[in-house]
Design a protein around this ligand. Structure first.
Ligand code: CO
Length: 137
């Protein structure tokens, strides 16, 4: 089994502050990590749930994939991040199983992770992100 944890559930939102405030009021959730990911055109806020996260993600430019997703489908569930020990190994295994990669090779993600996205087409309609957590000493 290559999956070790549900790393995060990513929810696309138009107003990050409003979403953070809502999760705070509804669940008492606090932001553990916040990051502007320029390469993906998003800002994200991570709310810890046990050893996993709810990731609220908002676009920072009109041409970011998350902006396009909100324009097309509205706010809501955007992707699921599956935690794996080795991103490259998991990506190769998915491709061998018939998946369509978006990232041809693992690349840097937020929090110093190594990630690869896999297209919903061929994965039963869910955008999947493989997340390798690189723990530093
Ligand atoms: Co993600």
């Amino acid at each position: 089994m290559l999956l070790t944890e549900i790393d995060h559930v990513a929810i696309a939102v138009s107003d990050l502050e409003a979403a953070i405030d809502y999760y705070r009021r509804a669940f008492g959730a606090e932001v553990e990590h916040r990051e502007l990911v320029q390469s993906d055109g998003v800002e994200e806020a991570l709310l810890r749930v046990a050893d996993s996260y709810v990731q609220l993600v908002t676009p920072t430019s009109d041409d970011s994939p998350v902006a396009k997703s909100i324009a097309k489908r509205g706010e809501g569930l955007h992707h699921v991040g599956y935690r794996v020990r080795d991103c490259g190994e998991a990506l190769a295994s998915m491709i061998a199983a018939g998946a369509t990669p978006i990232d041809k090779a693992p690349r840097p993600g937020s929090r110093g992770t190594t990630v690869a996205f896999v297209h919903p087409k061929g994965s039963f309609g869910t955008l999947i992100e493989l997340v390798q957590v690189n723990r530093t000493a």
